[in-house]
Design a protein around this ligand. Sequence first.
Ligand code: ADP
Ligand code: MG
Length: 555
Amino acid sequence: MSDTQSFEFQTEVKQLLHLMIHSLYSNPEIFLRELVSNASDAADKLRYEALKDDSLLADDPELRIEIETDKTQRTVTIRDNGIGMSRDEVVENLGTIARSGTRNFLEQLSGDEQKDSGLIGQFGVGFYSAFIVADRVTVNTRRAGSEAAVRWTSDGEGRYTLADIETRPRGTEIILHLREDQDEFLEPMRLRHIVKRYSDHIALPVRMRKADDEGQPTEEWETINAASALWTRAKSDISDEEYIEFYKSVAHDFEDPLRWAHNRVEGNQDYTSLVYLPKRAPFDLWDRESNHGLKLYVKRVFIMDDAKQLLPTWLRFVRGVVDSNDLPLNVSRELLQSSRVVDKLRSAITKRALDMIQGLAKDDAEQFASFWETFGPVIKEGIVEDAGQRERIAGLARWHTTHEEGTTTLDAYIERMPEGQDKIYYLTAENLATAKSSPHIEGFAKKNVEVLLLTDRVDEWVVGHLTEYKDKQLVSVARGEADLQSVVTDPKEEAEQARLETLYKDTLERLGTSLEADVESVRLSQRLTESPACLVVGEHAMSRHLEQLLKQAGE
Ligand code: ADP
Ligand code: MG
């Protein structure tokens, strides 16, 4: 066998390892969830490859995970007979971080450990979490279909070694040499407890040694988890606790989810979905290309993570699984894109997610407010991109306004509209303070006409598409025709306006001529009370705010 070779970790891995060890020492047990989940993924991958080549499974068809401790060596071993890794795959998977968004994530780190440990909770920590409890990790692995086996070792300090070893059983074995203060993980009871907590639902049996009367491990194995896919069980058999733990393992989140919806659909379509609304934004929420979508299973066989086709981009924070009985097992990402089954699935799941969001709004205004603050700007992208859901999303949206503390809905705005007002007025601005002090709303304020104050970055884009809600036109107060005549029909005021028009006719004409090069026209306005003049844009021109946004974006 060849000599041991030593390699350096990619810089990002070093940073991540350091951060992880320092941020997660208060929650070290998650290493087991991550390693068991990797073992389960490895089994899923093998099952999937075996669809095409069943010889891969043949010699050892019963997929399982084994966990063992050795008190004298002070090791914990997690073993699977899944897909295993080739030498190249080991280098790729355990020496670099290939996952997109990682660099982004690392850039967000402040160096303040308190803050950063919050961030890391949003990031799937994965294999490297082994180093929270271990100061040396050995990985022995052989890929299905090959005889070549490899050993990887590292102390997590910046380097790892690789060596070719004697062939071994298919799959991967991870040996953790525990740190001084981590002896609790040598206790089988402690490990069982963690597996139950985090990994009960995984479809694969997790086994540990049976103990004899003295509590000593015997030769016999026993399965310690429920080993059935959670979503295949009846709702009535699943506790909230189980739903919550399942969410944490699917979403790699430490925080409980806000809500979930578990549905089995039979008949025209045949699938089960279990989808969750998270409480907290993932670190890459703003990356529209980020991994998103649901875990896709076909007839209980894992097919892929992040099946983007199952959710629109504006629901990219929703997590969960879909298990379809209609799709073929060999479905590929390409196939998903042109599948009518998937189109139907996606619209059903979109509707379900919106139902969940609506339910939250109805049941818990306070929780909904914080949910909307976190995810609202993303959901609003749906107003632009999803004409079919436009009105529904607009109805859920919350906006700042001149007439309420906090925020309002469009429906509440319409409810408050006085007789004679038939439009919904809004102003887009960079922030609330700017909006509130804008000369554009002076006249509206004086006449007590409500104006929505739109301050999210996406709002400008959103109102470009949301021109109407429940047959009421949305009108910007910063645009040409949005003067108050339409609202105020008092004959006395009309007469006054006419008098002023005549009085200032000459002045306006003179101003118009001298400013010819800069403005389209000069008009007498009712929108001002304090300020002497303000600039507005034409009815169909680009708004000032959008102009600024585009400038910032370098267009
Ligand atoms: P993730 O699971 O999110 O991909 P991890 O850091 O947990 O990230 O694992 C990195 C990669 O290492 C996995 O994607 C997989 O390719 C490989 N890997 C880890 N554990 C195993 C295992 N037990 N068997 C096969 N491959 C594994
Ligand atoms: Mg993993």
